[in-house]
Design a protein around this ligand. Structure first.
Ligand SMILES: Cc1cc2nc3c(=O)[nH]c(=O)nc-3n(C[C@H](O)[C@H](O)[C@H](O)COP(=O)(O)OP(=O)(O)OC[C@H]3O[C@@H](n4cnc5c(N)ncnc54)[C@H](O)[C@@H]3O)c2cc1C
Length: 498
C-alpha cells in the first residue's frame, strides 16, 4: 500500500513536469487573478480552491516538484467534527478544540487565527477524506509526541505528509489540464512588483529561461518558513539554529519577499525548544545523530537532567512535555545532559527509542556526545559540566531518595539511586524543525506592516506567517499543517470571489 502510494506520488509529480507546464508555456502578458508563491502544504490548496472558485491562477514553485515540507512532515492534523471521529463515535466541537490548543500553548497563539483554524479544520479533514486521505489504525488519538488534547481529534495519514499531498494532486492536475492553474515549477519568485501606492501588482520570477514579471490581482506568499537558513533564523529569533532538521527549501524566501513589500515580522520571541536532540558533533547547526524524546508519556525517566552548571532544572517526569521543553529553553544554550549510571543502563529501557542497551553502551566508547567515566567528577570534566555541582546534585538526589524525602522539583518517578559506576552522560540540545517568526497577518490573512495596516493585495499563509501564530510558544498538536491547509482552502475560495 505504502509502495503504491509513493509510486502514485512520483507518477503524479512526473505528470506535472515543468517542461510541459513550465516557463515556456507561462504567458507573462496574461493578468492572473491570483498568483501563489510556493507549491507546498499551504500553496497547493490555495491555488486549487482559487481555481475551483473560478479564478485564473499562477502557481510558482521553486523546486522541480510540488509538495514542499509534505515530503518530510509527519503531517499530523487535528479537527473537530470529522468523519474519522464519527466513525469512532467521538463527539467534539471547534470550541473544545480551541480551548485545548490555548491550554497547551498557555494562550500564546494568536486567538483569531486559532479560531479561524479550529472553525474550519473539520471541513479540511473531511475534504481530504473525500479525496482518498486515510488515517493510521486507531486514529484519531488525543496525542502522539506533544502534550495531549483532552479529546481524540488528532490524526496522521497512513503515509504521513505524503497522504495529504496525494489527496491534493489529482484535483490539482485536473485544474492544470483545464488551464485554470498555470504551474511554473523550477521557478523562484525573486521580487514583488508594487505600484506607487505600495499595492502589490505582481511577481518577478526566475528560472532557466530567464526572469519575467507576472501580473496578478492578488499575490499569496506560501513559500514556507526559514528553519533551513541559519543566518536568517538567528536574526529573527535571537537564537541560533542548532540543528538542520527543517525541509531544505525552508530558506525564508517568503519572509524576505514580504518584508521587501513592507510586511512586518512578528513572533520570533515565541521560539520553543524541542528536547533531546543528540547532535552529530559539537558544532551547530548540527545534524541529528539520535533523539531522546524525554517525554514521560513515552518512557518514564530513570536518569536525571542537568545543565552545564551541573544543576538539575526540571521535574524529569513532568506529565507535560511542554513544561520539560520550557525548562530546557531556560538553560544556557538550551544544552542539557542526561546523566545515569551502570544500574540504570542495565535495568531501564534505553533512553533512545529503538536502541539496544549494547548500542547505548558502545556509543559511549566512540561518539563525541556520549561520555562515560568511573566517577561523576571525571564524567563532568569530560562532558563539560561543572564537576563539583554535578557531584553535589547527584548526592542530594540520592540522599532525598533514600530518606523518602520529596524531590525538590516534585519528581515522583525515582526508581533507582544514581550511584553505580561507570557513570554515563549524553549531551543533548534543544532544537526546532520550524520557524516561529513570520509575516504579520490579520484575520483575512492580509500581510500587515509595522503599523498593522494591510499591504494592499498581499496575503500570506503557511509557516511564512510563523509557527508562533497558530502553535504559539509551544508545539501544539497539528497547529502548523492544519492551519496551512485550512487557510489555503479558505483564502483560495475567498480570493476567487473578489
Ligand atoms: C520533519 C517535520 C515534521 C513535521 N510534522 C508536523 C506535524 O506532524 N504536524 C504539523 O502541524 N506540523 C508539522 N511540521 C511542520 C509543517 O509540516 C510545516 O510547518 C508545513 O508543512 C509548512 O507548510 P508551508 O506550505 O508553509 O511550506 P512548505 O510545505 O515547505 O511549502 C513551501 C513551498 O514554497 C517553495 N518555495 C520556497 N521559496 C520559493 C520561492 N522563492 N519561489 C517559489 N517557491 C518557493 C518551496 O520549494 C516549497 O515547495 C513538521 C515539519 C517537519 C520538518
Amino acid at each position: 500500500m505504502a509502495h503504491l502510494k509513493r509510486r502514485h506520488l512520483l507518477t503524479a509529480a512526473a505528470t506535472i513536469p515543468w517542461w510541459r507546464f513550465g516557463a515556456a508555456r507561462a504567458d507573462s502578458s496574461v493578468h492572473y487573478d491570483v498568483i501563489v508563491i510556493g507549491g507546498g502544504t499551504a500553496g497547493i490548496p490555495c491555488a486549487l480552491f482559487a481555481a475551483l472558485g473560478g479564478a485564473r491562477v499562477l502557481l510558482i514553485e521553486k523546486s522541480p516538484a510540488l509538495g514542499g515540507t509534505l515530503f518530510w512532515s509527519t503531517g499530523q492534523i487535528a479537527g473537530a467534527g470529522t468523519v474519522f471521529q464519527k466513525r469512532l463515535g467521538i463527539s467534539d466541537t471547534p470550541q473544545a478544540h480551541f480551548d485545548d490548543c490555548m491550554r497547551i500553548n498557555e494562550g500564546t497563539a494568536d486567538p483569531a487565527l486559532t479560531r479561524l483554524t479550529v472553525n474550519h479544520a473539520g471541513e479540511t479533514i473531511n475534504w481530504l477524506a473525500d479525496h482518498g486521505f486515510e488515517v493510521m489504525d486507531g486514529h484519531p488519538v488525543t496525542g502522539i509526541g506533544h502534550d495531549h488534547f483532552l479529546t481524540r481529534r488528532y490524526q496522521q495519514g497512513v503515509d504521513s505528509g505524503l497522504s495529504i499531498l496525494n489527496a491534493f494532486l489529482p484535483s490539482l492536475e485536473e485544474q492544470i489540464a483545464r488551464g485554470t492553474i498555470t504551474l511554473l515549477t523550477g521557478t523562484a519568485a525573486t521580487d514583488l512588483t508594487q505600484d506607487r501606492t505600495g499595492a502589490v501588482t505582481g511577481v518577478t520570477a526566475t528560472n532557466t529561461a530567464g526572469t519575467r514579471d507576472y501580473r496578478g490581482g492578488r499575490v499569496v506568499i506560501a513559500a514556507g518558513g526559514c528553519a533551513a537558513n541559519p543566518r536568517l533564523f538567528e536574526e529573527l529569533h535571537g537564537v541560533p539554529l542548532y540543528a538542520t532538521t527543517a525541509y531544505p527549501t525552508s530558506l525564508g524566501d517568503g519572509l524576505i519577499l514580504g518584508m521587501s513589500a513592507g510586511g512586518a515580522i512578528v513572533g520570533g520571541e515565541k521560539y520553543a525548544s524541542l528536547p533531546g536532540l543528540i547532535p552529530d558533533g559539537p558544532r551547530y547547526p548540527a545534524q541529528m545523530f539520535a533523539w531522546a524524546p524525554l517525554n514521560p508519556a513515552i518512557r518514564q525517566p530513570w536518569e536525571i537532567l542537568v545543565n552545564a552548571r551541573g544543576e538539575r532544572f526540571v521535574r524529569e517526569d513532568h506529565p507535560s512535555v511542554h513544561q520539560i521543553e520550557r525548562g530546557i529553553y531556560r538553560q544556557p544554550g538550551h544544552r542539557h545532559w542526561a546523566v545515569f549510571d551502570a544500574a540504570m543502563l542495565e535495568k531501564s529501557d534505553p533512553i533512545i527509542p529503538g536502541w539496544s542497551r549494547d548500542r547505548l553502551a558502545s556509543e559511549h566508547l566512540t561518539h563525541p556526545m556520549f561520555y562515560s567515566a568511573g566517577s561523576l567528577r571525571e564524567l563532568a570534566f569530560k562532558a563539560g559540566i561543572n564537576p563539583s555541582v554535578l557531584a553535589q546534585n547527584v548526592a542530594d538526589y540520592n540522599q532525598q531518595l533514600s530518606a523518602g524525602a520529596p524531590d525538590p522539583f516534585g519528581r515522583a518517578y525515582r526508581p533507582h539511586a544514581l550511584s553505580t559506576p561507570p557513570f554515563y552522560g549524553i549531551a543533548m540540545q534543544g532544537w526546532t524543525l520550524v520557524s516561529f517568526a513570520g509575516l504579520s497577518v490579520n484575520g483575512n490573512l492580509q500581510v500587515l506592516d509595522s503599523q498593522r495596516r494591510a499591504v494592499p493585495n498581499l496575503f500570506a499563509i503557511g509557516e511564512v506567517i510563523g509557527a508562533g501564530a497558530t502553535s504559539g510558544a509551544a508545539y501544539t498538536n497539528g497547529m502548523l499543517v492544519t492551519p496551512a491547509i485550512t487557510f489555503g482552502r479558505l483564502l483560495g475560495s475567498q480570493l476567487a470571489r473578489v
